[in-house]
Design a protein. Structure first.
Lengths: 322, 756
């Protein structure tokens, strides 16, 4: 780990000022469950010289519900989310996703915004000292394509085939959630699925997420999060599926399906959703949607299993909501 | 054999040191802090094979906070390791991660910063990154001084009977080529050491190890310091599983401590731990078995190639031969073994030591033979395993073969079958019902016959103090397996005192006498034998003193629970503490304590004790996702005498945890181009967690071994041996597909099912 300066921000504006001042030399730290490992292994393309701690900002950790839906402060821990009564009763998919992360020690430290913005777990990206200076870091190639790609993705972007590790992102996408972002030039709001660029996210260096807002599901809306992994704890998803269906009178009125662990970013598969809309939830409809979900998948040399697992999980998720 | 009425042996008593562990009081090596201590970090090779043309450490040495840098120029030119093929530091490096230099500094961060200031010019050499590459003609040599890439330049072999004739006379044969993977050690505690080379040339080393005396001897040889000035301490270990002892952190620490005059602590990172600590050997195992239609197994022919990595820590293909040749009653056997160098990290001892690989292959072929013969696999295994008095051709490569002593193998197999519900659950392969639309279930078994006794010299001291309380000193190691408890119970039993009165000291070469490394499942067998006999020596001396006091002769006396009494008249008695106070506080006997000692070895020929056992598994395979769930599993092993039953059961369960990871989950990945290990961490090298079907029902069978005073057999490794093939056979039973390569991951299952 390289020596760094550590600042405790007291307000969001304070944090923005620090990020503005130190620019690419600065990194935000909250739970640190991702960043500390990156620092220890010196695996970020630029070694941060400044850490801006946002845990010291009061009022950034909360779960509130109003008439429009759920508001979650950016620094709210995953443990607080999975144990919150409102989340458990009205947004169970969010509870499932939060509970599926790592192990309880990590969940008491890791935050919802950190989960959305975590770095890839690709072992080439994370190898010590930037030895594999890959395309995601600004280099020329993806070492995974010709290398050991058993855990990498099946939907690439920009020449990169990483598998996005977030559990919260697919669930939030399926719930139609947005993030509130604040930076030197003001505040903005964007849909979770619009936040990602394939090789990272679209937030500017001086911007931080302040809140995640989840719209109230319709009374007939139901969601589920399914995560496929080697072990029942600790692991990131090999494949995860978040599905939200609003079924009225036996017909799907609305559907949102998002995938994790298979693409360089959490992705929403709208064409798969379209296969369901207006029809009944039958095995054949679910199978058609599942096939559609992997239509753009291109397996690498060692991960064709992810195509089949994604199909199986999408189908199971849909049928479980019938 | 002595009286087999036991007061202490066989009881479930509080484990020595358990309270300290659960309250966090136990001191592990990394907890030790010394005044003036420096921290060291190691520079690793970025190349899989390179020669160091030049190395300039001046910039690193100039960094404020850096105390010293060592390179191969500081290291003695003395080769070591089992194969005498490496040095503490060398001017050539043989795998990515091989150790090049080390920096000692005021803290580990400064030391790490200094690493990047060491200027090394490498001449990069061609590499071999697999056994196949290494065996090609004209392949680059890992060790240019050798004739080829095969360890010791030649194949090893073992022959018994006439294989070719017997194979030709078989009604049918089955065969397979099995590929078993590397398994990382990945124990909980990180490897490392604290070395204090003081001004008087005394070297004290705190490190986790299975053999403090072997370590002391190694340091003595490398540094030319007599053994009495070297003290190796391994008081507590966070598991070892064969790996502790590998990694050159202790030796590098000694170089830095000598150079700086300060204590040096080197704590590996988890990545370094994976690179430097010996792994389980990846193997390619080709086996052919001949059988008659009446179920007689006629011949076995086998070839084993083991990837030993860059250095010949050991190449346990001969143990793989034991698994292949010793388990089933086959009297025409042939084995050829190749230990092959590659430019990959070094493989070495790992729980099971070459045997689980062999069981994976052999048990599946025997299962296939049972299927061809249309015989229930349990019935076939009961008929086919070696029996009392059979030769064990694999256990010695010499012409004279050891003979298996009586044991409880049938009982293990029958009990395990009953526990798993074999009769209700077994069905022809792939023909069971489908659950939840896509899930198939199956059951399978594996059996094992494992080494438990070795011929090594071993010793112990039992010291009876003024008040009748007892110290036991054993040179073996309690690495978490509970050997301190077992030794405490054995010494208490043999001496005739209560377990609570015995305190056991272990794994400190400064205060104990020589014992072999605590390996090969013989810790309780050998160091237990030493503790028993040292206690008996002390007891003899005590009874002589008590006989004076009770006006009788020692042979008339007995001692139980610290009370010495006339066998014929138990009311005539005296307490041990009374005898000790009377005879040691004054100069009546000329003694201050009673010291019992044992040093010796147990025979291994012509008869040989083994731990035999059986393991069963019931699995569920999801044919849509490839996920495998273990629904039930068990391990039933003949431990001879369960001295500390919970310790024995925990060993079976611990072995099974290793097996579940090995067969289903753990995948070590190397970058195919550079040879870099990609996942030496707990995230992507996926050892099972408590949530992952690792609970195995353990059951103990006790047919006392005939060669040990209390009838003990070792149980450290067999739990792994039986669980590995049990899972593999259960998967076959579930879906009718046999896997010749593991770990059997969802990716492999889906591919085999034609779905990926």
């Amino acid at each position: 780990m390289k020596q760094f300066q550590h600042f405790n921000a007291s307000t969001v504006d304070d944090a923005i000022a620090l990020l503005t001042k130190y620019k690419e030399k600065a990194q935000i730290i909250a739970g640190g469950t991702d960043l500390v490992g990156l620092l220890k292994d010196r695996s970020l393309p630029t070694q941060p010289e400044v850490l801006v701690n946002i845990k010291t900002i009061s009022g950034l950790s909360y779960i509130k519900e109003d008439s429009t839906g759920l508001k979650i402060g950016a620094a709210t821990t995953l443990y607080d989310i999975e144990t919150n009564d409102t989340v458990k009763t009205k947004y169970p998919m969010l509870m499932q996703a939060a509970h599926s992360v790592a192990a309880i020690v990590t969940r008491t430290m890791g935050t919802i915004a950190g989960n959305l913005r975590q770095a890839t777990r690709c072992w080439y990206y994370r190898w010590n000292n930037n030895v594999f200076y890959c395309i995601r870091k600004g280099g020329a190639l993806c070492y995974g394509i010709s290398g050991d790609n058993r855990f990498l993705g099946i939907i690439g972007a920009g020449g990169c085939y990483t598998a996005h590790p977030s559990d919260m992102a697919p669930a939030l996408i399926a719930l139609g959630a947005s993030v509130q972002v604040k930076g030197a030039s003001g505040s903005r709001s964007l849909k979770v699925e619009e936040m990602y660029t394939g090789l990272g996210d679209s937030l500017k260096q001086d911007e931080i997420i302040t809140e995640i807002s989840v719209p109230t599901p319709t009374p007939t809306g139901k969601g589920t999060y399914m995560k496929f992994r080697t072990r029942r704890a600790i692991d990131f998803a090999l494949v995860s599926v978040a599905a939200y269906l609003d079924i009225q009178g036996g017909t799907v009125k609305d559907a949102r399906i998002a995938l994790g662990g298979v693409a360089t970013q959490p992705i929403r598969v709208t064409t798969a959703e379209d296969k369901l809309k207006g029809s009944a939830v039958t095995s054949s409809a679910a199978a058609a949607a599942a096939s559609e979900a992997v239509r753009n998948a291109v397996a690498l040399t060692m991960n064709s299993y992810k195509v089949q697992v994604t199909k199986a999980l999408v189908q199971r998720a849909i049928l479980s909501l019938a | 054999m002595m009286s087999q009425q036991f007061n202490v042996v066989g009881k479930r008593l509080p484990r020595q040191g358990a309270a300290d562990k659960v309250t966090g009081e136990s001191q592990f090596w990394d907890d030790v802090q010394l005044p003036g201590m420096l921290y060291a970090r190691i520079l690793h090779s970025p190349y899989a094979n390179a020669t160091i043309k030049s190395i300039d450490t001046s910039q690193a040495e100039a960094l404020p906070g850096v105390a010293a840098v060592v390179t191969y120029k500081d290291a003695p030119r003395i080769p070591y390791s089992v194969s005498q093929d490496y040095y503490i530091l060398d001017n050539k490096v043989q795998f990515v991660g091989d150790e090049v230099a080390a920096v000692a500094a005021v803290d580990q961060y400064v030391a790490e910063d200094a690493l990047s200031l060491i200027q090394v010019q490498y001449q990069v050499n061609p590499t071999v990154l697999s056994v196949d590459q290494a065996l090609q003609s004209g392949a680059p040599l890992v060790h240019p001084a050798e004739k080829g890439n095969i360890l010791a330049g030649a194949a090893m072999s073992n022959k018994y009977g006439d294989v070719d004739k017997a194979m030709a006379a078989s009604d049918f044969t089955v065969e397979g080529t099995f590929q078993t993977p590397v398994q990382l050690n990945m124990r909980m505690e990180i490897h490392g050491s604290l070395v204090n080379w003081d001004a008087n040339n005394n070297i004290t080393i705190w490190k986790p190890t299975q053999g403090v005396h072997g370590e002391a001897s190694k340091f003595s040889t490398l540094f030319g310091v007599p053994i009495n000035k070297i003290r190796v301490i391994s008081a507590n270990c966070g598991g070892v599983f064969g790996g502790a002892g590998s990694g050159r952190h202790g030796e590098i620490g000694a170089l830095l401590s000598r150079k700086t005059g300060r204590p040096i602590k080197i704590t590996y990172t988890r990545m370094e731990d994976g690179l430097a600590v010996n792994h389980r050997h990846a193997m390619n195992i080709k086996v052919k078995v001949g059988a008659k239609n009446d179920g007689t197994l006629t011949a076995v022919d086998s070839e084993v190639k083991s990837d030993i990595g860059a250095y010949g820590a050991s190449g346990p293909t001969s143990y793989t031969a034991q698994a292949i040749l010793d388990t089933y009653a086959i009297n025409n056997c042939r084995w050829t073994g190749y230990a092959v160098y590659t430019n990959l990290p070094t493989s070495g001892a790992y729980r099971g030591y070459g045997m689980p690989q062999g069981y994976f292959a052999m048990a599946q072929l025997v299962d296939a033979i049972a299927e061809k013969l249309n015989i229930d696999p349990v019935q076939f295994v009961l008929k086919s395993h070696r029996k009392d008095g059979d030769v064990l051709p694999g256990s010695s490569t010499a012409a004279a073969k050891p003979i298996l002593t009586p044991n409880g193998w049938d009982e293990c197999i029958n009990k395990g079958a009953q526990m798993i519900g074999w009769k209700e659950k077994w069905h022809p392969a792939g023909k069971g019902p489908t659950y939840e639309g896509s899930k198939k279930r199956g059951v399978g078994l594996g059996i094992s016959v494992h080494v438990t006794n070795g011929g090594s010299m071993h010793s112990a001291i039992v010291e009876v103090l003024l008040d009748g309380s007892v110290h036991v000193y054993s040179g073996s190691s309690d690495m978490g397996q509970g050997l301190r408890t077992t030794i405490g119970q054995l010494a208490a039993e043999a001496l005739g005192v209560t377990y609570e009165n015995v305190l056991v000291f272990m794994a400190d070469s400064g205060i104990t006498q020589i014992c072999p490394s605590t390996v090969a499942s013989y810790g309780a067998y050998l160091s237990g034998n030493a503790a028993i006999n040292a206690a008996l020596d002390a007891r003899t001396q005590i009874l002589e003193l008590a006989a004076v006091q009770l006006a009788t002769t020692p042979d008339q006396l007995a001692m139980t629970n610290g009370m010495i009494y006339l066998k014929s008249k138990p009311d005539t008695k005296v307490t041990l503490s009374d005898v000790m106070r009377r005879y040691t506080a004054s100069n009546v006997s000329g003694r201050t304590v009673i010291v019992g000692h044992y040093g010796g070895a147990l025979p291994t020929m012509p008869k040989i004790d083994k731990c035999v056992g059986a393991g069963f598994a019931e699995v569920e395979v999801d044919t849509e996702t490839g996920e495998i769930t273990i629904l039930n599993s068990n391990g039933v092993h003949d431990v001879g005498r369960a001295v500390a039953p919970s310790v024995c059961e925990n060993q079976i369960q611990g072995g099974a945890v290793h097996a579940v990871g090995y067969v289903l989950k753990e995948e070590l990945a190397y970058d195919p181009t550079t040879g870099r290990m990609l996942n030496s961490n707990h995230l992507n090298y996926r050892i099972p967690t408590a949530a992952d079907d690792v609970y195995v029902q353990a059951a103990l069978v006790e047919v006392p071994s005939s060669l040990h005073p209390y009838g003990i057999r070792g149980i450290g490794e067999p739990g792994l041996n039986t669980t590995v093939p049990a899972i593999a056979n259960a998967i076959y039973n579930a879906i009718g597909i046999r896997f010749y390569e593991f770990p059997i991951t969802p990716a492999k299952v889906l591919k085999a099912l034609g779905k990926a």
